[in-house]
Design a protein around this ligand. Sequence first.
Ligand SMILES: Nc1ncnc2c1ncn2[C@@H]1O[C@H](COP(=O)(O)OP(=O)(O)OP(=O)(O)O)[C@@H](O)[C@H]1O
Ligand SMILES: [Mg+2]
Length: 339
Amino acid sequence: MEHMEHECDDGSAARCDVCGLVPLVPGLKAATQVVARSAAMQAVLKRAARFAVNDASVVILGETGTGKEVVARILHANSTRARRPFVAVNVAALPAELLESELFGHGKGAFTGAATARAGLFEAANGGTLFLDEIGEMPLPLQAKILRALQDGEVRRVGENRAFAVDVRILCATHRNLAGRVQDGQFRQDLYYRLKVLTLEVPPLRERRDDILPLARRFLGQERTSAGAFSPSARKRLLAYPWPGNVRELQNVVKHGAALATGEEVRDEDLPEELTQAKPTSRGPLTTLAEVEREHILRVLDACGGSQADAARVLAIGRNTLWRKLRTMGTPAAGGGRS
Ligand SMILES: Nc1ncnc2c1ncn2[C@@H]1O[C@H](COP(=O)(O)OP(=O)(O)OP(=O)(O)O)[C@@H](O)[C@H]1O
Ligand SMILES: [Mg+2]
């Protein structure tokens, strides 16, 4: 399928035929090119392409390290605001008072230490995009101020009365369930609706395994190392690992492998322990209980030479139960009677 073959990283800043985006992300040190080989990630980029040209706020959801900031930068780089600033602020990284003057600026003498007046990030982002990372951690009093700034299109510096008109597009990201925070009273409902006009969900890496090796190769190419590739066994490990820390974890694992590799390939022993402790086969993609049960039953049945009576004994379940399970599983074994 043409769509599956595509990778948004041909090294040019040209618009990509499949997702319609310029896949080059300016302002990122390491990964300037976005890897999106999996159908899931390509679907995200296609959605992003439609959102980029719109001026509405976008909430970007996804687990830690999935690439939420990358997606935010793509949205900006593909918007009519691309030539204006992209300003990112991590809401969780600053205490509330500091965050307020960081966002809105402050007047001269607004507080001890404020020797000169200073513009805030809203003003700095004027005409461009303000990316509020970890929006779920935004303190409630500040949420009210942000809502007012968005509604009025103006900000007031801390300790000053005059207002500055600002025109910013807001993008925000969170690994939290924002709707849940609203229900718990930790996030204002009015701000929530104001922000989540459009939402983009970046899937975890374990749900887009087709991206693992292209990303790993990209990251390896950015390291100074003798190795230019991964050994077949190392590739298996990379593919089998569940990646709780997603793309960022993969990036660190590749750094680890690149640092330890001595030959032309990154091998098993160059990878961190958590990847090599388990056998590659025992750490497959996360599946449902029903799938695990099905696989186990078929394995036991096979080991018992196809005898359902023996298999039922090994499984410690009744023969009728086994027969019923096989029938709902739709296996041919259930069709041949109860022998
Ligand atoms: N599709 C991709 N192609 C290339 N690099 C990527 C891709 N996705 C993520 N990365 C890289 O992985 C790292 C993590 O991405 P990013 O910071 O966007 O994740 P995040 O979801 O914002 O993480 P957190 O929740 O921890 O803030 C970055 O170094 C980024 O450049
Ligand atoms: Mg981030």
